[in-house]
Design a protein around this ligand. Structure first.
Ligand code: FES
Length: 116
């Protein structure tokens, strides 16, 4: 079997309700992850694209968070209804979804204005 062309990481981290930072899921379950898996397989990409659950990706203020490698395209506030666009536009056509992308000044910076 050839190597995967892309890995999609879907944060499914969960924290206590009173934790200082929020989390991408309330209970570790992710309809977004499930939907991405289903649509990826339905699109015939099952052997080329791996949809993974991940722990915290440290962009918690923008959750639910998804990152696509090898391009390192970060998406924030991704809902299950966005899965179809990610599969059809990004994974099949190679065009990242601009409306879902995290801003550069939010990514990996403690000065992100959305940080708690
Ligand atoms: S809990 Fe999802 S990025 Fe931190």
């Amino acid at each position: 079997m050839p190597a995967f062309e892309r890995h999609v990481f879907v944060c499914t981290n969960t924290r206590a309700a009173d934790a200082p930072r929020r989390s991408c899921t309330a209970d570790g379950k992710s309809d977004l992850h499930t939907r991405l898996q289903q649509l990826t397989r339905a699109a015939g990409l099952g052997e080329r694209v791996r949809i993974n659950k991940s722990g915290c990706l440290d962009q918690c203020e923008h959750g639910p968070v998804v990152v696509v490698y090898p391009e390192a395209v970060w998406y924030g506030n991704v809902q299950p209804a966005d899965a179809q666009a990610i599969v059809e536009e990004h994974l099949l056509q190679g065009r990242p979804i601009q409306r879902l992308r995290l801003a550069d000044d939010c990514l990996n910076t403690k000065t992100c204005p959305h940080r708690d």
